[in-house]
Ligand binder design. Structure first.
Ligand SMILES: *[C@@H]1O[C@H](CO)[C@@H](O)[C@H](O)[C@H]1NC(C)=O
Ligand SMILES: *[C@@H]1O[C@H](CO)[C@@H](O)[C@H](O)[C@H]1NC(C)=O
Length: 379
């Protein structure tokens, strides 16, 4: 308080404006709050407008919503995927992504251009592409259906065999290596259209703040969005089906499909990118330096160590977190508790055990066993 009293009014106003512009920049992921809305709503133009007035959608997003309300259920799913995949990926880390649940009221670490923010932006874009592409293939969206087949031929049989998603394993290797005819067919997932739709929706308004810092952060956010969209394109798998007499595989139909693990497959890629994210600084204007590869995640602000609570920087601290007493990794007590030590707690639980099936009476008889569970908690 005392400090603020000493600052001139004009400076306070400036300070306020500055923090407002930061909040504005973070708003491109406000839509993740849609994950908390109920399913089964029919999205109409009116609903898009009311989502805009309650702050869940930005102006441009609301416009995209009104133009094609049928994409909204896919985006709601994508919002849930983002939250789930993120919390799953970070569950053992000091920052465990629990703050994503605060959408649309994010804490500073998801607004100030950290590595964590980079991951969330990329992941949300990846999830949006995956869900939209799935919506296309299911025929739920007016704007797309199956992908136009690629112009080039499907890869050689040997490449197919190494592909993990090769469906017809019954075909003999000899038949496969023989020169056989193949064609694109089936319903390839239309990731390109989905990516375009996701881009249009996620792009967000350009920053309202005129400051070059906020413009730069916006450019970085958009870069990370694109990295996320590309992660889905890269996790497409080749799927083929054999045709021909008794599985001879003389004709194959192939298509490119989404990974059946859902957006989590892209999440695994992006989590690796999180570890190698690069820090960028604005040089001239709001442009990104050209040397950064499309697929890298970028951040502008160093993250706190997330050891102790620090509201200003968006750190919740790790006090009370459960850690692993025998691991030397991120989830180990040593690292997770930041050297503050931990308490060991034991608990007795009763469980059914040594169950036997009694054939005379069609029933199962069990004993009750005592089990001791040990947990570790950070100080
Ligand atoms: C995530 O971290 C927060 C803050 O330390 C903690 O309150 C929460 O229980 C953690 N969630 C999980 C699933 O560990
Ligand atoms: C703790 O870490 C060890 C070693 O990495 C691992 O084998 C064990 O499954 C972990 N325990 C829990 C509860 O995750």
């Amino acid at each position: 308080m005392r400090v603020i009293k000493c600052v001139k009014t004009s400076e306070v106003v400036l300070l306020l404006l500055f923090s407002l512009s930061i909040i504005q920049d973070g708003s491109c992921i406000k839509w993740l709050a849609l994950g908390k809305t109920s399913d089964g709503r029919v999205w109409t133009r009116e609903l898009c407008t009311s989502a805009r007035s309650s702050g869940l959608l930005e102006r441009k997003q609301a416009r995209a919503c009104r133009a094609a309300p049928d994409v909204m259920p896919s985006l709601i799913q994508a919002a849930r995927d983002t939250s789930f995949v993120c919390q799953q990926a970070f569950r053992n880390r000091r920052w465990n992504c629990s703050s994503i649940e605060r959408a649309p009221y994010y804490t500073p670490e998801l607004l100030s251009g950290t590595r964590e923010q980079a991951f969330v932006y990329a992941m949300s874009a990846a999830a949006a592409v995956w869900r939209l592409a799935r919506g296309c293939a299911l025929g739920n969206l007016a704007a797309c259906s199956c992908a136009t087949p690629p112009r080039r031929e499907p890869p050689s049989p040997s490449a197919l065999i190494s592909s993990s998603s090769f469906i017809s394993r019954s075909a003999s290797f000899d038949a496969m290596s023989a020169r056989n005819s193949f064609k694109w067919g089936g319903c390839g997932d239309d990731v390109r259209s989905a990516s375009r739709m996701a881009k249009r929706f996620l792009q967000g308004s350009s920053p309202t703040g005129s400051g070059s810092t906020s413009k730069f952060l916006h450019a970085v956010n958009m870069h990370n969005n694109r990295a996320g969209r590309r992660a889905v394109e890269q996790s497409l798998t080749l799927e083929c089906k054999c045709h021909g007499v008794s599985g001879s595989c003389s004709v194959r139909t192939c298509w490119r499909g989404l990974d059946s693990k859902g957006p989590a497959a892209a999440g695994v890629r992006l989590f690796r990118k999180y570890a190698t994210a690069a820090e960028v600084r604005p040089k001239s204007g709001s442009r990104l330096p050209p040397l950064y590869h499309h697929d890298n995640l970028l951040y502008t602000t160093k993250s706190p160590d997330y050891c102790l609570p620090d509201k200003k920087r968006g750190s919740l601290g790790t006090v009370g977190r459960q850690c692993n007493g025998s691991s030397a990794g991120y989830e180990g007590c040593e690292y997770l508790c930041c050297g503050r030590g931990h308490v060991t707690k034991t608990r007795e639980i009763l469980e059914r055990c040594e169950c036997k099936y009694i054939s005379c009476c069609y029933s199962v008889k069990c004993k009750t066993c005592k089990n001791i569970i040990t947990t570790y908690e950070c100080n």
